[in-house]
Design a protein around this ligand. Structure first.
Ligand code: KIV
Length: 272
């Protein structure tokens, strides 16, 4: 299939569907603030995810569980103000949609109204199908998330690869087909074997975006702070680091401190 790159002015859920049909891979990154979102958007990214990974990356929590709906709305509205082209997907945080479809709808409506985001992402399959259906009934696009779902970390016990066993792989495939049938516009597949991810991507017509899910899916997502090398301590096998900003920023800060202490900064040209 041809991978010729068509220029898209503004990315919509329809564009993503078209990209999958044309065999063009979809590139997705996270952002949680205006400045980062502007750089990522202007670089030409297709989807910006305002992920609940903000709980780890921005707030320093061990898991994604503590972040609140209000905090997600704050991050998402900062991102939306920066965007000219990308589709903005906003994570519904833990506790705002599971087990109560009315609450799920209210949470999704708050995200759309108060942040201006374009769509929401929810973790899970059959167990949250009522919530997904209700959100979709309000005209809000939904992205699914299967495989390693960090909001369920206390159920899994570890962040290791999911669906290695046949039973879990079968449930994941059934969930992916269900998400497509319900009307989700895409699915994130996190940390599952590449062979299974490829089979899932080939079994559904909606785009499957992988993170640690190999090269047989329709697109890739990484946490921006990880791929920039700002988060030093996190080194999973799937992560490609494009910069070592932890070291580079540290060196810049050291130079600044040294320049201030030595009275080199500011010089005569740097004052009024
Ligand atoms: O919150 C997040 O950043 C995510 C990605 C890991 C897909 O859900």
């Amino acid at each position: 299939m041809s991978a010729a790159k068509k220029e898209y002015k503004r990315i919509t859920t329809k564009t993503l569907f078209e990209m999958k049909k044309q065999g063009e891979k979809i590139a997705m990154l996270t952002a949680y603030d205006y400045t980062m979102a502007k750089i990522v958007d202007h670089a030409g990214i297709d989807i910006i995810l305002v992920g609940d990974s903000a709980s780890n990356v921005m707030a320093g929590h061990e898991t994604t569980l503590p972040i609140t709906l209000d905090q997600m709305i704050y991050h998402a509205s900062s991102v939306v103000r920066a965007i000219d082209r990308a589709l903005v997907v906003v994570d519904l945080p833990f506790g705002t949609y599971q087990g109560n479809s009315r609450q799920a709808l209210d949470s999704a409506i708050r995200i759309m109204k108060e942040s201006g985001g374009h769509s929401v992402k929810l973790e899970g399959g059959a167990e949250i199908s009522e919530s997904i259906t209700r959100i979709l009934s309000a005209g809000i696009p939904v992205m699914g998330h299967l495989g390693l779902t960090p909001q369920s970390i206390y159920k899994f016990g570890t962040y290791s690869v999911r669906a290695r066993e046949e039973e879990e792989a079968g449930k994941l495939m059934a969930d992916a087909k269900l998400l497509e049938e319900l009307g989700c516009f895409a699915i994130v597949l996190e940390k599952v074997p590449a062979k299974l991810a490829k089979e899932v991507a080939e079994s559904v017509s909606i785009p499957v975006i992988g993170i640690g899910a190999g090269d047989g899916v329709d697109g890739q997502v990484l946490v921006t702070h990880d791929m920039l090398g700002m988060t030093h301590e996190f080194s999973p096998r799937f992560l490609r680091r494009y910069l070592d900003l932890y070291t580079e920023m540290g060196n810049a800060f050291k130079s600044y401190i040294s320049d201030v202490k030595s009275k080199d900064f500011p010089n005569k040209e740097e004052q009024y």
